[in-house]
Design a binder for this molecule. Structure first.
Ligand SMILES: Cc1ncc(C[n+]2csc(CCOP(=O)(O)OP(=O)(O)O)c2C)c(N)n1
Ligand SMILES: [Mg+2]
Length: 668
């Protein structure tokens, strides 16, 4: 065995040379794809990783195999090559071709995804991978396995709140995560002095107790290897942050001209630090190869990349996209609806659904703000879960919604966990919305089905409780607008229990909305409790009252009001409880409208662009000729929900308004 003892690296000569080959392949791919981008072959957007090759390759190479997860960022092509991804696939993804990995042309180049290499699907959102990595780390800790997560980011990305949330959570839970900042001093054109207070992210990060922080020269082979080896050894007992100083030798991207913001001296300094050149010199100095051998090896690598290009060009483009591409196919189990138990309110039904699912599947875990132990959530829905299933399966998170959403995503990736996150009030999802709208929703589509996210996000929502502007929002229309999310909004105890079970069994992300005013409402929402094996499928609406004079389509609190009014009036009213917002059950709505010829769509959220607008549009597209009256809509006023009861009544739909609309429609 040839060991480079002088550098104390304890790495065989063959391995060092293999690392060099990968470093050089990274560079050659860079140069060749830049040329390909000008040849009208499908690739247009070029991201250079020149200067970042060594740090990435070493990380990927030392963390090969099934025990290591990797969430690299776009300038970390070295990492994915080090980890074992195929050059031909990376080039094919540059050319936007339909290949197995790296999104098959659905995302821009260097947005890596390769399941067999344990590289989850990366997005373009700078910093969003950090909390997802932490979620994977939490899953590793829960499963008690010996795995490690690598996650990288640029220096600019450390300004994102997610960076600090990720360091905080990883440190709090002593997670096996290695954070790497590839610090090239620039975020496109913004230099670090305009980016980071004090100029050192390492200095700032040292405040997180439990985090091992080191700063290294990312162009120095020995330092890089030593640093990763230490971080890997330490991972069992906690996270590390490696800040690796590297040059950015190219432009930010093919759309960027660095001459607009870099001085000549900067260009020279960066080029002089080229890690590939330094590594070559190191190899020569350590007599691992002669210059002539090195030159020959480099020529072979150039030929290898040329062959990979030819292979990549053989892949075709994907040419069709369907809305079904957003969801992993899922066959609903057969369902029986008996509802034979004792009468329960909706909050109890939800609590029981959680308990039953946690009993039958060890992978089901629950977390959020205040959900643990006796408190069991601000509405008490998760009470007894920690006591019954332990601290690992029902735990509190910091007060940070992006953390909760990043965790739920990361946890859902390991094929074992089915995480259920609670967002304390739907009004506060906005501080975690990037993870939901930009990451979770499109994950399956972006990875061309390589990854799916079996997760549930529970959100108490809705007004009529004097909750003011920030404890009253009904946000279903925002959620339904985003491709790739299933959104349910059950309005009584039996549906809540059955639909929550369907959501937990679904291999796709489901947002489960719970109206706070219905949690303990008895007259309408309390029901006989369904048995353990009952589920109600997502995507099905329910006719809760039959009639033939007019149809009301509704959900949440206004549905309850409509039901009460319908019982009082001598009009044959049919009421459709939507139960699922997305994908909406068009058939049930149309069948009812075709029967009655008149429809009122009724919801609590602001009428303007509310989900009622979507339903009205569908009806007018598909059943216009059956209508005997204009489609009516009632929604909240287009203002925030005020705290004062008097004002809240002005903004949210009231019984009187609903009754008048029904009478007007009936006599139209
Ligand atoms: C959240 C977000 N904001 C803005 C962008 C546009 N953008 C892409 S890369 C980039 C600069 C990132 O700089 P840095 O993190 O230092 O990484 P580097 O490119 O230098 O490796 C910006 C602003 C983005 N992709 N995501
Ligand atoms: Mg940078």
């Amino acid at each position: 065995m040839n060991v480079v003892t002088a550098s104390s690296l304890f790495l065989e000569k063959e391995k060092i040379l293999e690392i060099f080959q990968l470093v050089y392949i990274t560079q050659v791919i860079d140069e060749k794809t830049a040329l390909l981008g000008k040849q009208n072959k499908g690739g247009t957007f070029h991201l250079s990783s020149r200067g970042h090759e060594l740090i990435g390759v070493c990380a990927g190479y030392l963390m090969r195999g099934d025990s290591y997860w990797g969430l690299p960022y776009y300038r970390d092509r070295g990492y994915v090559l080090g980890k074992g991804c195929k050059p031909s696939e990376l080039i094919a993804s540059f050319l936007a071709r339909d290949i197995q990995n790296h999104s098959s042309g659905r995302q821009m180049p260097d947005h890596f995804s390769d399941k067999k290499c344990k590289i989850p699907c990366q997005s373009s959102v700078v910093g969003s991978q950090l909390l997802q990595a932490v979620g994977i780390g939490e899953g590793i800790r829960n499963r008690g396995v010996n795995e490690v997560v690598y996650v990288s980011i640029g220096d600019g990305g450390t300004s994102q709140g997610d960076f600090h949330e990720a360091l905080n959570f990883a440190s709090l839970h002593s997670l096996p995560v290695i954070f790497v900042v590839q610090d090239n001093n620039w975020a496109i054109s913004v230099p670090k002095k305009e980016q980071t207070a004090g100029g050192s992210i390492a200095k700032i990060a040292r405040g997180y107790e439990g985090l091992r922080v080191s700063e290294i020269d990312g162009c120095d082979f020995s330092s890089v290897i030593k640093s990763f080896k230490e971080a890997i050894t330490r991972a069992k007992s906690g996270p590390s942050l490696i800040v690796a100083n590297v040059p950015r030798i190219g432009p930010h991207s093919s759309s960027d001209d660095p001459k607009k913001y870099k001085e000549d001296l900067d260009f020279t300094a960066d080029t002089n630090r080229d890690p590939v050149k330094q590594f070559e010199n190191w190899i020569l100095e350590n007599h691992l190869m002669e210059q002539s051998q090195l030159d020959l090896l480099k020529e072979e690598i150039i030929d290898e990349v040329s062959a990979a290009i030819l292979l990549a060009e053989e892949s075709d483009f994907e040419r069709e996209v369907s809305e079904n591409d957003c969801f992993k196919p899922h066959l609903e189990k057969a369902y029986i609806l008996s509802g034979q138990g004792d009468e329960v309110v909706m909050s109890t039904a939800i609590n029981h659904a959680l308990i039953e699912e946690m009993q039958s599947d060890e992978g089901v875990i629950v977390f959020g703000q205040d959900v643990a132990r006796e408190k069991g959530g601000v509405f008490g829905l998760t009470q007894t879960l920690t006591e019954k299933f332990g601290e690992n399966r029902c735990f509190n998170t910091p007060l940070a919604e992006s953390t909760i959403m990043g965790l739920v995503l990361g946890l859902s990736l390991d094929g074992f966990h089915k995480p259920i996150a609670e967002i304390q009030f739907a009004d506060y999802i906005w501080t975690g919305i990037n993870q939901l709208f930009n990451e979770i929703s499109s994950y399956y589509f972006r990875s061309k089905g390589e990854w799916n996210l079996p997760l549930v996000i529970r959100m108490p929502c809705g007004g009529y409780i004097q909750g003011g502007p920030y404890h009253s929002q009904c946000i279903e229309a925002f959620l339904a607008h985003v491709p790739g999310l299933k959104v349910v909004f059950p309005s009584n105890a039996e549906d809540a229990k059955r639909v929550l079970k369907a959501a937990i069994h679904d291999p796709n992300p489901v947002v489960f909305l719970e109206h706070k005013a219905l949690y303990r409402q008895r007259v309408f929402a309390a029901r006989k409790e369904p048995a353990q094996n009952e589920i109600f499928p997502i995507g099905k609406a329910k006719v809760i009252k039959e009639g033939d004079a007019l149809t009301i389509v509704s959900w949440g609190m206004p549905l309850v009001m409509a039901y009460e009014i319908a019982k009082e009036l001598d009009i044959s009213i049919e009421i459709v409880d939507l139960v699922t917002i997305a994908p909406v059950d068009i058939e049930t709505i149309l069948a009812s409208v075709k029967k009655t010829g008149k429809v009122l769509v009724l919801h609590e959220a602001p009428k303007r662009c509310g989900f009622g607008a979507e339903i009205a549009a569908i009806i007018s597209e598909k059943a216009f000729e059956y209508l005997d009256a204009p489609i009516m809509r009632i929604g909240g006023k287009n203002v925030p929900v005020p705290y004062s009861k008097e004002l809240e009544n002005c903004v949210l739909p009231q019984k009187q308004e609903i009754r008048e609309a029904i009478l007007a429609l009936a006599t139209f």
